[in-house]
Design a protein around this ligand. Structure first.
Ligand code: FAD
Length: 470
């Protein structure tokens, strides 16, 4: 017997998945041991992901707004940027949240064991703590060890080559910054460093920024960034990086041949890799797929009795809100509830300026799977709220089932798209058709009206613009 015997649930990893699972299990009356290797709970999302990035993006947004408003009656002095103070503010936001998690864990009487856990068998964890290794037997284990940034092979080992954690650390503001990877994380960090004064180049292997999003949603962002950034190289790969004293010399290969350029720093943002390959999970009889993901069913069960997996280790989309919902399911299943993670959609948001958000069916997916849909798009140039807040470059689109009129998918590009998409997610989950949405009274003037207007277009009852159906 050790002090760690006899917990109803052991949770490995204290990120959004792990702490949510632990809290829900405790609230359902189960005794919980939470194993986390870092000093602070919260995982990637709170410490080096969602929260610090959104804190810096907020600052970037303020800088941008002051510039766009100049000449319209209020002119601001150029911003004075102090990255030490900005970093302190970011840390304060993160600490408030992570300290809150520790307090919530304590209040729920959850035992938090600091150490690096790995599987010893299908019934035991081995945890390396500062006081040596301990064995933790378990009846139920929830694996939530998350993910880490993917690396590119053959890059020099140089402190000017960053991953997202380095970029969030605000070590310095490079004069010329190359972002490898035009996905969400790469573009969010590009937005931050552009506002702080770096000249940005983004290089993306595919022919579009944010490749999973529909091309029309990305277009307004692309147009804006093309003007603001030094360069955006699509369908282009980095084939070589040489570290010199004057900078990092990068060779690109694209459709127009080879080119060489020098940068002061490089952010590699080419995706993330599951940490399930670092916990000896095979010792429990669980096999990983090619990207080290763990396969689970709707109840978050792996193939091995008593072992559950949640969050980034279970595959794409690697998002905090997927992890927290899966976490509740796993805790409820262990507590004997008839729970399942059966969300119809998991929304995606790029917190760029403008923001891009989408949910449900995309036009790309519809084309691939030959799914019929009708499409309605409301341009924000016709929204009073968008015009008054200088956000008229966006639009809201909705896809409907031509037979049932039900909502199939939606996409929004513009200010607050990440907030606005929630209504579409709810509409999809509730099986709403375009009449349900258009007959719902939306406050005026709000950006939320644009979703109702898209439904009115589908219904043929729109009055704010000429009816495209007529
Ligand atoms: P993690 O958050 O990775 O947590 C895993 C935890 O397990 C960590 O605390 C880790 O220390 C611990 N751990 C790992 N191995 C061991 C071990 N062997 N023993 C003990 N502990 C271990 N998602 C969004 O939804 N919205 C966003 O805006 C967003 N922005 C992001 C921005 C950036 C820059 C990055 C990098 C990610 C962002 N994400 C965002 C993704 C989000 O952070 C992840 O999807 C989320 O954190 C996954 O939660 P998780 O619990 O599965 O794993």
């Amino acid at each position: 017997m050790t002090e760690y015997d006899n917990y109803d649930v052991v949770v490995l990893g204290g990120g959004p998945g792990g702490y949510t699972a632990a809290f829900r299990a405790a609230d359902l009356g189960l005794s919980v041991l939470l194993v986390e290797r870092e000093e602070r709970l919260g995982g990637v999302c709170l410490n080096v992901g969602c929260i610090p990035s959104k804190t810096l993006l907020y600052a970037a947004g303020l800088i941008e707004k002051t510039l766009t408003f100049s000449g319209k009656g209020v002119t601001f002095a150029p911003p004075v940027i102090d990255i030490v103070a900005l970093g302190a503010h970011r840390n304060e936001v993160v600490s408030k949240l992570t300290d809150g998690l520790s307090a919530l864990a304590k209040a729920r009487k959850i035992t938090v064991l600091r150490g690096i856990g790995s599987l010893a068998s299908a019934h035991e964890l081995r945890v390396e703590t500062v006081n040596g290794a301990v064995t933790v037997p378990f009846k139920n284990l929830i694996v939530s060890v998350g993910s880490r940034p993917s690396k590119l092979p053959n890059f020099p080992d140089d402190e000017r080559i960053w991953d997202s954690t380095d970029a969030l650390a605000l070590k310095f503001i490079p004069k010329r910054l190359l972002i490898i990877g035009g996905g969400i994380i790469g573009l969010e960090m590009a937005t931050v460093y552009h506002a702080l004064g770096s000249k940005i180049t983004v290089v993306e292997m595919k022919d579009q920024l944010i490749p999973p999003a529909d091309a029309d949603l990305v277009k307004p962002l692309y147009r804006k960034l093309k003007k603001e950034f030094e360069d955006i190289l699509l369908s282009t790969q980095v084939t070589d990086v040489k570290a010199g004293t004057a900078g990092l010399e990068v060779t690109f290969k694209g459709a127009s041949g080879e080119k060489i350029s020098q940068y002061d720093a490089i952010l590699v943002a080419v995706g993330r890799r599951s940490n399930a390959d670092s916990i000896n999970i095979q010792k429990a009889g669980i096999e990983l797929d090619k990207r080290s993901f763990i396969e689970v069913n709707e109840r978050m069960e792996t193939g091995v009795s008593g072992i559950y997996a949640i969050g980034d280790v279970t595959g794409e989309p690697m998002l905090a809100h997927k992890a927290t919902h899966q976490a509740k399911t796993a805790a409820e299943v262990i507590a004997g509830h008839p729970a399942a993670f059966a969300a119809l959609t998991i929304p995606s948001v790029a917190y760029t300026h403008p923001e891009i958000a989408w949910m449900g069916l995309t036009e790309r997916e519809a084309a691939e799977k030959n799914i019929a849909f009708s499409r309605a798009e409301f341009p924000w140039a016709a929204s009073g709220r968008a015009l008054s807040s200088l956000a008229s470059a966006g639009f809201t689109k909705a896809l409907f089932d031509p037979d049932t009129d039900r909502l199939l998918g939606a996409g929004i590009v513009g200010d607050n798209a990440g907030e606005l998409i929630a209504e579409a997610v709810l509409a999809l989950e509730m099986g709403a058709d375009y009449r349900d949405i258009s007959l719902t009274v939306h406050a005026h003037p709000t950006l939320s009206e644009t979703f109702a207007f898209a439904a009115e277009i589908a219904d043929g009852s729109i009055t704010d613009i000429l009816n495209p159906a007529k």
